[in-house]
Design a protein around this ligand. Sequence first.
Ligand SMILES: NC(=O)c1ccc[n+]([C@@H]2O[C@H](COP(=O)([O-])OP(=O)(O)OC[C@H]3O[C@@H](n4cnc5c(N)ncnc54)[C@H](O)[C@@H]3O)[C@@H](O)[C@H]2O)c1
Length: 267
Amino acid sequence: MDLVFIGYGTIAHIIGAELKTQHMAEIKIVGVLDPVITEDQTRELFAENISVYKDIDQVIERKPDLVIEAANTEVAKKYTPFLLSKGINVMSMSVGAYLDPKVMKEIRNEATGRLYLSSGALPCVDAVKAASVRGINLVQLTTRKRPLALVGAPGLSDLDVELDKIKEPCVVFEGNAIEAVKAFPANVNIAATLSLAGVGPLRTNVKIIADPSVTRNIHTILVEGDFGKLESTIECMPSENPKTSLIAALSAIALLKDLISPVKIGS
Ligand SMILES: NC(=O)c1ccc[n+]([C@@H]2O[C@H](COP(=O)([O-])OP(=O)(O)OC[C@H]3O[C@@H](n4cnc5c(N)ncnc54)[C@H](O)[C@@H]3O)[C@@H](O)[C@H]2O)c1
């Protein structure tokens, strides 16, 4: 399987390294598109037979089996529908992009490729999907992160909060998933995935807590419905990017394994 990365940052590097250590020879990275690739990086990539593309047309022309978007929400909105309309499969990490109804409409109307959204840091995504087949009454996500992980979020500008001065846990956001993704786009992909797997963004409640006592990104989901009740907490080690949990990249590897395996586990 020929693979191209759009966005060659933390997640792409973890995936690249993991493909080597897991000896997943069926998957070959053939190119990357990222505007901030240095000359040194370009040389290293060329040495591994990996092309550095300047624009999306070069990616389309290469026609890889899969593109992994690991850049940001705006890039995902711009390129995913386009790539899918050209019959190219996309695994997209910036899941918040798909809460935009215009993006989803374009994908539904024009895609001939398939879009894969990995579970990221969301625990029990299969159970949420199964539960949503019948009625769900309540979906709540509570995310607890160290204040550093929230730096730069647009949602902080309206609050009277200085992240480096927080001494006690402090609720910095409460609302639905649409509002959460706007206010904390780099932090709450998990809210977007939970919405898409469950009952949609308007009925998915999100609370974000800046907590100086935690070192991990902690997410608790609570779902209640006809199936019963699901409560699950995951404590995620951050990656080199404090906003991104290591397991987000590992979940992309797990999905890649599913794509090349004759056996698929889970719903
Ligand atoms: N699905 C999940 O559970 C989950 C979890 C964590 C992070 N994410 C998301 O995955 C994405 C990548 O995360 P990361 O930690 O690797 O980020 P990162 O900041 O380490 O890397 C992003 C890369 O994208 C590149 N980029 C920026 N604009 C670009 C453009 N126009 N075209 C191509 N590349 C461009 C940047 O130069 C950078 O190298 C983010 O959107 C993040 O929110 C998803």
